[in-house]
Design a protein around this ligand. Structure first.
Ligand code: ZN
Length: 480
């Protein structure tokens, strides 16, 4: 058991000053005592000689502003290798679909050892940026030749190992992938590594739920790649069986990211993809709809009424030219939103949330669009809600500094140039709009400091291995 005295902290009830937080050995918060008063976050109120880690009577004093760590509700780790490498003209008319071909070429080159290096590097980057847990939506299942791995699946194990080395919370989402388009079209050759039968999928999830991985930091869920990759009848049958395994199992699906997908669905079924999901009656608060970019007003209201969560990844949606999600309408309908880094185009929750607000400002020609009556500060409102909904989406006891939650928090350096002049109320406005992740000094996951003074213990060792891997992946492309 450990105790921390946080100089300033964002609790579910509001900003608190000098609160004492007790964390049990399993990383879960058991007590929070606080004086709820809104106090200046800036100005180094504790005096210049108080350092992180200074301890009085066994209590570690933490100067700065502590905020809940952000769950990353949507990630494909292997795509980290593409970042910066597809920002040129690939064809006469570039789109999501031409990018997807480049992504398939990468997916067909990755071996388990390479995936582990990529994912470890990525997870360290996530921690430094303020993501303290990640839902890995994982559809790389088979060997390069399309055959299943005999015994242990090295690609799955690579993600588990990377999360362990980085010290990030993990919700692993084995992803069902069976068809190349609506109407049960068979997989294409380049999709052979993604193939999985429903029986294998269910057995693998059952096995993971039964084994040691079910700890406070690691969780198993499930994903359906999309309605184009899983026929609705297969999805329904598998979803009901998953509910039988664990009624609170997180279930994720990509939906309505591209107009072409919406049109193809309508042509084949007479319904739009979100309509189909709503009509299926399967959606619960444990479902997370990823993107939902092209949703009608009725569909957004339907998702909110089912209390399912939407995960947006605006950096990826912008990078791929997907379109605008109607955040204002969804929040007005009472919808729950969280964020993810998806293709890793940007790994920064502050940037996702800044662009969530900026999209709406650009559309509505107004400011502070996503502030709420109860929380006028855009930064506080968006960060607090995305952290709580993100934790719900990935099925982890995180997302808030509160009793019963895991001790996942970030400490902002109030003396950083992007934070000076902030009050407690505006600390998160500064994080989102003034400096992104630059002010994040320390990061704790499950009661363990994983980032101290902006550094991770594994980053030096990783740097060379990651560089060799990236140079290796780049070389044949340049030569061909
Ligand atoms: Zn995705």
């Amino acid at each position: 058991m450990k105790q921390y005295q946080l100089e300033s902290a964002l609790l579910p009830q509001g900003w608190a000053r000098e609160c004492t937080v007790t964390v049990a050995d399993d990383g879960i918060i058991t007590h929070v005592t606080s004086t709820l008063d809104i106090a200046p976050a800036s100005g180094n109120a504790s005096g210049p000689d108080v350092k992180t880690g200074a301890s009085t009577s066994g209590v570690e004093r933490v100067p700065g502003t502590a905020i809940p760590g952000m769950p990353n509700a949507h990630s494909h780790a292997f795509q980290r290798a593409m970042v910066g490498n597809t920002e040129y003209r690939l064809s006469a008319r570039d789109s999501f679909w031409t990018w997807r071909q480049a992504m398939y070429r990468l997916a067909n080159r990755i071996e388990p050892e390479e995936l582990q290096i990529l994912a470890t590097q990525l997870f360290v980057e996530m921690l430094k940026a303020g993501y303290t847990s990640v839902a890995e939506f994982h559809y790389l299942h088979r060997q390069k030749n399309g055959a299943p791995y005999p015994g242990t699946n090295g690609l799955w194990e690579a993600i588990d190992n990377a999360a362990e080395i980085a010290g990030i919370g993990l919700t692993f989402l084995p992803t069902l992938y069976q068809t190349s388009d609506f109407g049960g079209k068979p997989l294409k050759r380049e999709q052979a590594r993604f193939a999985m039968d429903t029986d294998v999928f269910l057995r693998a999830i059952q096995q993971r739920l039964a084994d040691r991985r079910h700890t406070s930091r690691v969780r198993t869920g499930a994903a359906f790649h999309s309605l184009r990759a899983v026929p609705l009848e297969h999805l329904r049958e598998a979803a009901l069986q998953l509910r039988g395994l664990d009624a609170a199992l997180p279930v994720h699906i990509h939906v309505a990211e591209q107009l072409r997908e919406v049109k193809a669905c309508k042509q084949q079924t007479g319904r739009r993809p979100i309509e189909l999901l709503l009509e299926s009656g399967l959606l619960t608060p444990h479902w997370c709809l990823v993107h939902a970019t092209h949703a009608t007003a009725e569909e957004l209201e339907g998702i909110a009424a089912a209390a399912a969560i939407v995960c947006v990844s605006i950096s990826t949606e912008a990078n791929l030219g997907d379109g605008f999600f109607d955040t204002t309408r969804f929040l007005k309908a009472g919808g729950c939103l969280c964020v993810g880094s998806d293709s890793q185009a940007t790994v920064s929750p502050a940037e996702e949330l800044r662009w969530m607000e900026y999209q709406q400002r650009l559309r509505k020609k107004a400011r502070a669009v996503l502030a709420a009556e109860t929380e006028p500060h855009v930064g506080t409102r968006l960060w607090r809600d995305a952290a709580q909904h993100g934790a719900q989406a990935i099925g982890q006891p995180a997302g808030a500094i509160a009793v019963g939650r895991r001790a996942d928090w970030l400490v902002l350096d109030n003396t950083h140039p992007s934070m000076v002049g902030a009050t407690a109320q505006s600390a998160l406005d500064h994080l989102l709009f003034a400096g992104a992740s630059a002010a994040i000094r320390d990061v704790m996951v499950a009661g363990r400091w994983v980032i101290r003074d902006g550094r991770h213990a594994a980053e030096e060792d990783l740097r060379g291995r990651f560089a060799r891997l990236m140079n290796g992946l780049a070389a044949p492309e340049r030569d061909s």
